[in-house]
Design a protein around this ligand. Structure first.
Ligand code: AMP
Ligand code: FE
Ligand code: FE
Ligand code: ZN
Length: 280
């Protein structure tokens, strides 16, 4: 059984429509796929419909923008249902994603790379979750950079001249909101980029005590040594160790669908932590 539990459609910053993504997962021989767009549930219905039609297992999810100690951390929520406090937080994150765009466009213009809002919105399409990858796509289309990677490396990444901060949810609060929404919280790529510094074993133990269900161990951003440390840590904390690609379609190059997967017993344990009726 092969399950890929972390993917993005063009409802956030991936490039496949939700239904296309699910069809592709089936073609790649996956048995189960989860859609986890950034800060929105808007793609889940189309993905679920496609999964039913094609006959592949589906898990609804979301990847929530969080913050801990000033550092960005991503939390996967599986099977979350409507929860007013969580929904309000997500709406605030989405609004803040859109609000920072004018400032980023001003900075690009000052650097000699003018772009209109409409040009960027063409890449955002129907997505309610405006992201830096959309801005990167508009920069590529204008020939300012050759790829999303180059746009992030030189201009958009944290610490770069065009980076503008945005609202993110306090991580322990997000964990408890996902739990109150009947979902299972799992930290995405916990030791990628700067998040290793804040997600120490002690901090992870505290989150586990607060109901954290799992951590994503097998992820393209984690090298073999990182995984070899994280796997026993997950076991000692009594949380699940998941694995997934973080597929973004053409938007990321090292994240092919199914390149990392979650073992069947781990998926079963994860489903068991989701409120009845929400895990499909
Ligand atoms: P934002 O959601 O606007 O803060 O942008 C962050 C998103 O950009 C992440 O979720 C990644 O999907 C994406 N990202 C970060 N670094 C890169 C990169 N080097 N190339 C392509 N996408 C990236
Ligand atoms: Fe992304
Ligand atoms: Fe992420
Ligand atoms: Zn992701």
């Amino acid at each position: 059984m092969r399950a890929d539990l972390h993917t993005h459609s063009n409802i956030s910053d991936g490039t496949d429509a939700p239904g296309e993504l699910v069809a592709k997962a089936a073609r790649e021989g996956l048995d189960v796929v989860a859609l986890t767009d950034h800060d929105t549930y808007a793609g889940l219905e189309e993905a679920r419909r496609a999964a039913t039609q094609i006959g592949i297992g589906f898990l609804p999810g979301i990847e929530i923008s969080c913050r801990l100690g000033g550092v960005s951390v991503h939390l996967l929520g599986y099977g979350t249902g409507p929860e007013p406090a969580l929904d309000a937080e997500l709406a605030q994150v989405r609004a803040s994603r859109a609000d920072r765009l004018p400032e980023m466009l001003d900075r690009l213009a000052a650097l000699g790379m003018p772009l209109s809002r409409d040009e960027v919105m063409r890449w955002v399409g129907d997505s309610p979750s405006v992201g830096r990858p959309h801005l990167a796509d508009a920069m590529v289309a204008r020939g300012y950079v050759a790829s999303r990677d180059e746009a992030f490396r030189d201009w958009l990444a944290e610490g770069c001249p065009v980076y503008v901060d945005r609202y993110a949810i306090d991580l322990p609060r997000a964990v408890s909101l996902v739990l109150s929404a009947g979902g299972a919280p799992v930290i995405a790529h916990p030791w990628s980029r700067q998040s290793r510094a804040v997600l120490t074993p002690d901090v992870l133990a505290g989150l586990a005590a607060g109901g954290l269900v799992g951590i994503e161990v097998d992820h393209p951003d984690h090298d073999a040594g990182t995984r070899a440390e994280l796997r026993p840590l997950a076991a000692s904390l009594g949380v699940l160790a998941t694995g997934s690609s973080d597929y973004h379609g053409l938007g990321k190059t090292r994240n092919d669908l199914g390149c990392e997967t979650t073992p069947e017993p781990v998926l079963a344990a994860l489903r068991a932590r989701i409120a009845p009726g929400r895990a499909c």
